[in-house]
Write a protein that binds this ligand. Structure first.
Ligand SMILES: [Cu+2]
Length: 180
């Protein structure tokens, strides 16, 4: 009897997983699900030996009610967490947002380097520049939103945050610069 109960539960759990997978919508650059719109999801390229990666994006809530990004999942890593970055005693620390991130009604929240991000821990896949991978974001009210994350170069800072890369500086011009 006990055994039978366990098996029934396993079957029900399996069916629920299938059900939630088939109801997901897939889009490349812009994913929306009801009032939640996710744009410009990206991550930095990672080497094959890297164990962690972060993903950044803009999340817009077009509804009149606050929503909350509660969790995320992906098959590229063993675990996916929602993090923020805080400066503590001169050291950048990542802190898990156990209650998720509130996306206020009618507002847009940016996940960006140095701030909120989706963290992939225990990477099982190399993130190669120019490729994409899917991540499912779970919202308290809007439900699951599947987003394609674009892999950019390892030094990418995101739109509007471009820092000059030293290896791309024009060395001809360097000679004209004062060295002191
Ligand atoms: Cu993190």
């Amino acid at each position: 009897m006990k055994m039978f109960k366990k098996m029934t539960l396993a079957v029900v759990a399996g069916m629920m997983t299938l059900g939630s997978l088939t109801s997901l919508s897939v889009a490349s650059d812009h994913s929306s699900h009801g009032p939640i719109k996710v744009e410009d999801a990206w991550a930095r390229a990672r080497t094959a030996t890297a164990k962690v990666a972060g993903a950044f994006m803009e999340i817009e809530n077009k509804s009149k009610e606050d929503d909350r990004l509660v969790s995320a999942s992906s098959d590229i890593s063993a675990r996916v967490e929602i993090h923020t970055t805080k400066m503590e005693d001169g050291v950048m620390r990542m802190i898990q947002m156990k209650d998720g991130i509130v996306i206020p009604a009618g507002a847009e929240v940016e996940l960006k380097p140095g701030g909120y991000h989706v963290m992939f821990m225990g990477l099982n896949k190399q993130l190669e520049e120019g490729t994409m991978f899917p991540v499912t974001l779970s919202f308290e009210k809007a439900g699951d939103v599947k987003v394609m994350v674009h892999v950019k170069s390892s030094g990418a800072m995101g739109e509007g945050h471009g820092h000059m890369k030293h290896d791309k500086m024009d060395h001809g011009d360097m000679k004209k610069m004062k060295t002191n």
